[in-house]
Design a protein around this ligand. Structure first.
Ligand code: GDP
Ligand code: IMO
Ligand code: MG
Length: 448
């Protein structure tokens, strides 16, 4: 058995929540390692009246499986009220979190200052806005990197260290005020006291905890949020989020060495979507784009915004695959393509007469990129809920084979519906090798 990271390979919303939920029974622990409640991970299972639907923002998608320990890593920024609300919501629906949900004591608190700053900054940027989720993510990471942030351990400890931090934060309060955000220092002080009390039972030294688990032969799944193209270093900067959402972030964001992560599963949506601003070379602003949005229900899980839709982009995917080291793919939403006459895959860009196969670093070049497409026939057949790869139409298999060859990885998971049960799981590739004798638990989760 191995420790594996599951990461998004595009601009987020690839279906990571579904895939992580499906894989969790084969692991002892799940760790979110970056981001905050900008993420929205959907998990669905059952059918008919017993149908269950969860949208998770901070808490790992493993929480729906009893027996799986869930951790929020040091690489995250945590809005305490959002965390407590999510716990309460899960408990109302009968999901026990006591004793199996923990927060890294080194994670940073995301406070109302950060949310206010996010909103005024976006307004001030006007046409250049990023299109953030308005959850305060960028400003919270600014505080962290600028060394004025408050880590949960400090928040809970109170005392002199916390008082000193609050003095530093006075400057942090002046800044948003200067930028036009309304803030109430008294309310903030009350918040801190309440959070200290409520969060204290959840804190742990995550690096020590994970080291203990791994030494005892337990296995860990690292849950990525967002996607490679939103990674602050490897994404379409500045139209990115403020954390490292690629595999490397799993080590720094949880306190395990990179050598403890045995592999990465790249989650790839069978077409491309993006929510927020920034370049997207294969975007379709025509009927096909609308069809994908409609059929794929492409509206943000966190903000409800419509997602921009387009063809699959191999320039994007080769980049994501290289940075993540994704030997295994989870291909999702293949059923959304069922009705199309033909499909296109972008194999390279033409930029100013030049053919480009690697993702340019400069936004202007990416904005100017014209996709060079390879066309595939559509399958015009219902694939929803297929459980065996050989039951997929030949045209779908050709599309998948092409992707596997280009990315030098095997699509060991192929998803053709939002539910846990609607997945083809193959044991012959990297996934089977990593899961070993626990592969059967994943097959059981899809009812196979
Ligand atoms: P995440 O952020 O990567 O976890 O993805 P989201 O949950 O934000 O968005 C993925 C959406 O697609 C959710 O509404 C899922 O229920 C849905 N979904 C996931 N896999 C499939 C699939 O194979 N087919 C269809 N039709 N929907 C899917
Ligand atoms: P999951 O985990 C899709 C996008 C925002 C915006 C940019 C910066 O569900 O895949 P931020 O609020 O992070 O400062 O916004 O990143 N974004 C996402 N897009 N899925 C997500 O998460 C996202 N989290 C942030 O739309 O373009
Ligand atoms: Mg999402």
């Amino acid at each position: 058995m191995a420790n594996v990271a599951v990461v998004g390979m595009q601009w987020g919303d690839e279906g990571k929540g579904k895939i992580i939920d499906l894989l969790c029974p084969a692991f002892d622990a799940v760790v979110r390692f970056q981001g905050g409640n900008n993420a929205g991970h959907t998990v669905k299972f059952g059918s008919g009246e017993g149908d269950e639907h969860f949208a998770l923002h901070l808490i790992p998608s493993g929480i729906l499986h009893e027996g799986v320990a869930c951790y929020l890593g040091n690489g995250m920024v945590i809005n305490p009220d959002a965390f407590l609300a999510e716990v309460a919501q899960l408990e109302r629906r009968g999901i026990e979190t006591a004793g199996r949900l923990r927060l890294s004591d080194r994670a940073h608190a995301l406070t109302p200052v950060h949310v206010a700053l996010d909103i005024v900054r976006e307004e001030a940027r006007g046409a250049d806005r990023i299109g953030t989720t308005a959850k305060g993510i960028g400003p919270a990471y600014e505080s962290k990197i600028g060394r004025t942030g408050i880590r949960l351990a400090e928040l809970v400890a109170g005392g002199e260290a916390m008082r000193n931090r609050q003095i530093v934060r006075v400057a942090d309060f002046e800044r948003p005020a200067a930028e036009g955000a309304e803030l109430d220092p008294e309310a903030a002080a009350e918040d801190f006291t309440r959070w200290a009390e409520r969060l204290s039972p959840y804190l742990c030294d995550l690096s020590v905890e994970l080291d203990g688990l791994i030494r005892n032969g337990r296995t860990v799944l690292f849950e990525g949020a967002q996607g490679a193209l939103l990674d602050v270093d490897h994404g379409t900067y500045p139209y990115v989020t403020s954390s490292n959402s690629t595999t490397g972030g799993a080590a720094t964001g949880s306190g395990v060495p990179p050598t403890a992560i045995d592999g990465a599963i790249g989650v790839v949506k069978a077409y491309t979507t993006r929510v927020g601003e920034g370049p997207m070379p294969t975007e379709l602003v025509d009927d096909v784009g609308l069809h994908l949005r409609d059929r794929g229900h492409e509206f943000g899980t966190t903000t409800g915004r419509p997602r921009r839709c387009g063809w699959l982009d191999l320039v994007v995917l080769r980049h994501a695959s290289r940075v993540n080291g994704a030997r295994c793919l989870a291909l999702t939403k293949i059923d959304v393509l069922d009705e199309l006459e033909e499909l296109r895959v972008c194999v390279a860009y033409r930029i100013g007469g030049e053919v480009v196969r690697n993702l340019p670093a400069v936004t202007d070049r990416l904005e100017a990129a014209e996709p060079i497409y390879r066309t595939f026939p559509g399958w015009k057949q219902d694939t929803r809920g297929v459980l065996d790869r050989s039951d997929l139409p030949q045209a779908a298999l050709d599309y998948i084979d092409f992707l596997e060859q280009e990315l030098e990885a095997s699509a060991d998971l192929i998803s053709s519906g939002p539910r846990r049960e609607e997945t083809v799981v193959s044991g012959g590739g990297a996934l089977g090798e990593w899961l070993g004798d626990r592969f059967g638990t994943v097959q059981a989760a899809v009812g196979g």
